[in-house]
Ligand binder design. Structure first.
Ligand code: HEM
Length: 462
């Protein structure tokens, strides 16, 4: 079914009871002329949200109704429209972005992150994004290279012991700890070490120990904000500026008013960066190692590529290596951490030739989009060559959205790519990771796309 279809076959009718229709008797197979009408969809009601039940339903709806489908919620309070067509996706995220705010799936996130960048809207979002953006410039991120490097040196040292003893590692847990450590050091630098000294351990470890992201977790996590507030106070008192994200955000000034961020906003941004910067990266690396362990050809090619990228002088970070990036991009194609983007239409719109009423929830399922046969040959295969420059050039930009697109694209894109390429290069140079498990890991579709159980790997020294 195409985007601009104004003609639908009768089979769609079960989905759209209120369509105004005109029959054309001259045509052998009966067609029905339609005005811009609500999209087709099932009679049965469903609640769509970022949870495990939604993916099989979304897949089924795509098979039955194509690229645009409408579903009414269980309570009947609102409709949701799922879109897979890249023109519509471009329209929602970019062309007509003013008509869309973050949707239903973000309501839960707001409890955890407050009004930080991920969840805020309108003027507040715009002002905050302008003030936070400089902290994520390439130059600043280069400055974090030594801390990313050191965190991996520590990990490799610990893993070397496991490799010698032939003991598998809990990859999921170790990567979660690694990504958390990196983002906390980038945020708080020496204050983070002081916090560990004072408390005996990092109170933020809660994020790796607990995987549920429910209200109880949100309350515990928000309670940690007082620690961040104490760091802010001490820096102000001592008039201390560090080379880290916290200081950059404390020093940021609104370009119109010249004012600093209010403390409430500063705290919300910091708490947002901790969560957004940790889980997504950890889960992407977790899937990447699993995919590599199942694809020896890609693994060999990666080993060859990084051999050329490692520095001659030990202790220096590896040089950028295109193939390492392609491996990560392909991994995020198959397992995009942000697997379901959600928006809400503020005013009426038209998507896929169908009327979308104000208040409709609009879902973009990157997991299905990244496996859509219109854009990807052999979509289930793990093939980093898809990200060679010529292949990227030939593809619709909106067919691949691991970091979303438009003004609300991920602010941490460069940060996470730097962190992930560094990790992959350093670890692949030292070890081969062999999956320990009889069954492939199951995917868990919650706010993030993670593995349901921890992945364990046996490390073989190279
Ligand atoms: C592999 C790693 C990552 C992935 C796959 C990822 C993915 C995403 C996606 C899909 C969005 C858009 C959500 C939407 O449109 O509803 C987003 C937004 C965001 N991400 Fe990331 N992210 C990653 C790493 C990071 C890191 C390292 C940080 C910060 C340290 C970060 C901070 C944010 C923030 C603050 C937003 C909200 C931006 C805004 O609306 O202005 N992310 N991310």
């Amino acid at each position: 079914m195409t985007n601009s279809d104004a003609i639908k076959t009768e089979t769609d009718m079960d989905a759209a009871p209120c369509w105004r229709v005109r029959h054309s008797s001259a045509v052998k197979r009966r067609f029905i002329m339609v005005q811009p009408m609500p999209a087709p969809g099932p009679q049965q009601r469903h609640d769509l949200d970022a949870n495990d039940e939604s993916l099989p339903l979304l897949r089924d709806l795509m098979q039955r109704y194509g690229d645009t489908c409408r579903v009414t919620s269980l309570s009947g309070s609102h409709d949701s429209v799922v879109i897979h067509n890249t023109d519509d996706i471009r329209h929602v995220l970019l062309g007509n972005r003013g008509n869309y705010v973050k949707g239903l799936a973000l309501d839960r996130v707001r409890v955890l992150l407050g009004n930080g960048l991920m969840a805020s809207e309108g003027e507040l979002w715009m002002r905050q994004r302008r003030m936070v953006q400089p902290a994520f410039q390439t130059q600043v991120i280069r400055g974090f290279s030594p801390l990313m490097h050191q965190a991996n040196v520590d990990l490799i040292e610990r893993w070397a012991g496991h490799a010698e003893r032939g003991e598998p590692v809990n990859l999921t847990r170790d990567l979660s700890e690694l990504a958390l450590k990196i983002v906390l050091r980038a945020l708080f630098s020496t204050d983070f070490e002081r916090l560990i000294d004072a408390e005996g351990a990092s109170p933020f470890d809660l994020l790796t120990r607990e995987t549920r992201r429910d209200l109880a977790f949100a309350a515990k996590f928000r309670a940690l904000a007082h620690l961040v507030r104490a760091m802010i106070d001490s820096r102000r008192q001592e008039q201390r500026i560090e080379m880290d994200l916290l200081s950059i955000l404390m020093e940021a000034r609104d370009k119109d008013s010249g004012e600093a961020m209010p403390d409430r906003a500063l705290l919300d941004e910091i708490m947002t960066l901790i969560v957004a910067g940790h889980e997504t990266t950890a889960s992407t690396l977790n899937w990447t190692w699993y995919l590599l362990s199942q694809n020896p050809d890609v693994e060999s090619r990666l080993h060859a590529a990084i051999a050329g990228a490692m520095p001659a002088v030990e202790g220096e970070p590896p040089a950028e290596c295109a193939y390492v990036e392609h491996v990560l991009q392909e991994s995020m194609r198959l397992y995009p951490a942000g697997w379901l983007l959600s928006r809400r239409a503020v005013g009426d719109d038209t998507l896929g030739g169908h009327h979308v009423a104000a208040g409709t929830e609009v879902f973009i399922c990157t997991y299905l989009l990244h496996r859509h046969e219109a854009h990807w040959e052999r979509p289930e295969a793990f093939d980093p060559e898809r990200f060679a420059p010529e292949a990227v050039e030939a593809r619709d930009r909106f067919a691949y959205l691991p970091f979303s697109a438009g003004p609300r694209f991920c602010i941490g894109t460069t940060f996470s790519m730097a962190e992930m390429t560094m990790h992959l290069s350093m670890v692949a140079q030292r070890f081969q990771l062999q999956y320990v498990g009889d069954e492939p890991p199951q995917a868990e579709f919650q706010i993030n796309l993670r593995t349901r159980q921890d992945v364990h790997m046996r490390l073989v020294a190279r």
